[in-house]
Ligand binder design. Structure first.
Ligand code: PLP
Length: 395
């Protein structure tokens, strides 16, 4: 065979999200941009904050000698320290630059974390609905994923995790605020998760980590704050990026940080740094590291996303769609009005309305709407959602 069997299998099951996106591009060519309601991809429509653009201009006009060279695999200490300062402030833990590594997006951070902790056959628990790439990333490092469902309100089901944990369990990946549900996990559920995993870690004689994937942490609404994972979970590794909060997904800049309370945290940091190198990332993009160092307290306009969440959530629930109200990120995850959500997705597609089936996230019976689009597209799509609701007898 020309390519590896494993890749062939992965390509076969590859992303419905991308397929929907490509379908959107095809439809836009036929019907025009404003006649296609494309809610398939989480690609932020906002521009980065002015402070980013100012920083970029300033650096270009006043280059620092050597600024395009290789550096330490963990990244510039100036940037890592700036990040650590905010993490320490939020969590109350003694986080320093030594606990932070700059990475190629949250995706790079996830791969470094999994590379550093997994032995072949180790299990990683993922919570349905989940970000689909987790399965690939776990497989990249010889791990095996184990899916555990969440509760009806998409909060963590602690009892189900307790039941799933076994001697092979090495980590649990959580994602808060969540893609695709927008749910933020409560401090008490993180505490409960910590208790279960601490007990299991002691029983099985090695740490079970929580990898907390938080690229949407700053996109939280109604004054809700994402509980700092370091404060509530001892063996926690935070992975994140500026793809969403600074609208820089194409620049591939992120970081990971380890809880200073992890036993042998220095050894773990050494493994994570080596992982960054040997996975071929070498280091995170240099220019971006310099820029984000100054932007740790900045973000895109969160109110603009909240306005879209409110418009979409209120309108759809009025029509009879059932949705857990998202507290953050820029997704809605309504229940499908048809038992098989593929039927609904196809009905919608015939009306140039593109949403992603819940099956892509390991949660059939739902569909995802990504609302990081122009408000006008949301407004124009509402009559189409209403038509579908009428045809399916919602309400
Ligand atoms: C939950 C989640 N994790 C990780 C990522 C990857 O982010 P990055 O672009 O920083 O690699 C995404 C991107 O959509 C995401 O939704």
């Amino acid at each position: 065979m020309t390519i590896a069997r494993a890749m062939k299998e992965q390509m076969g099951g590859s992303s419905l999200i991308r397929k929907m996106f490509e379908e959107g591009e095809r439809l836009k060519k036929i019907y025009g941009e404003d006649k296609v309601y494309d809610f398939s991809l989480g690609n932020p429509n906002l521009e980065p904050p002015q402070a980013f653009l100012d920083g970029l201009r300033e650096l270009a006009l006043n280059p620092v000698p050597g600024m395009h060279r290789y550096m330490s695999n963990a990244g510039y200490m100036e940037t890592r320290s700036a990040i650590a300062e905010v993490l320490a402030e939020k969590s109350g833990k003694p986080v320093t630059g030594e606990h932070v590594i700059m990475t190629v997006g949250a995706s790079g951070a996830l791969n470094c974390a999994l590379k550093a902790i997994l032995d072949p056959g180790d299990e990683v628990i993922i919570l349905a609905p989940f970000f689909v790439e987790y399965k690939f990333y776990i497989a990249n490092h010889g791990g095996v994923h184990r899916i555990v469902d969440t509760q009806e309100d998409f909060q963590i089901d602690i009892a189900a995790i307790e039941e799933a944990v076994n001697p092979h369990t090495r980590a649990v990946i959580i994602n808060t605020p969540n893609n695709p549900t927008g749910v933020i996990y409560t401090a008490s559920s993180l505490e409960a998760l910590n208790t279960v995993l601490q007990t299991a870690s002691e029983k099985y004689g090695r740490p079970i980590y929580v990898i907390s994937d938080e690229p949407y942490a700053k996109i939280a609404y109604d004054g809700v704050e994402v509980p700092p994972v370091f404060k509530h979970v001892r063996n926690s590794i935070l992975v994140t990026s500026h793809s969403k909060d600074l609208a820089l997904p194409g620049e591939r800049i992120g970081y990971l940080a380890a809880n200073p309370d992890i036993p042998e945290v220095d050894l773990l940091m050494g493994a994570l740094t080596l992982a960054n190198r040997v996975l071929g990332y070498v280091n995170a993009p240099a220019l971006m590291q310099r820029l984000v160092a100054r932007l740790q307290r900045e973000s895109v306009d969160i109110a603009a996303y909240q306005d879209k969440r409110d418009l979409f959530y209120n309108s759809l629930t009025d029509m009879g769609y059932k949705i857990v109200k998202p507290q953050g990120a820029f997704y809605l995850f309504p229940q499908s009005p048809t038992p098989d959500e593929m039927e609904f997705v196809q009905m919608a597609q015939k009306k140039n309305l593109l949403v992603v089936p819940g099956t892509s996230f390991g949660k059939p019976g739902y569909f995802r709407i990504s609302y990081c689009v122009d408000r006008k597209i949301i407004e124009n799509s509402l009559p189409v959602f209403q038509q579908l609701a009428d045809e399916l007898g919602l309400k």
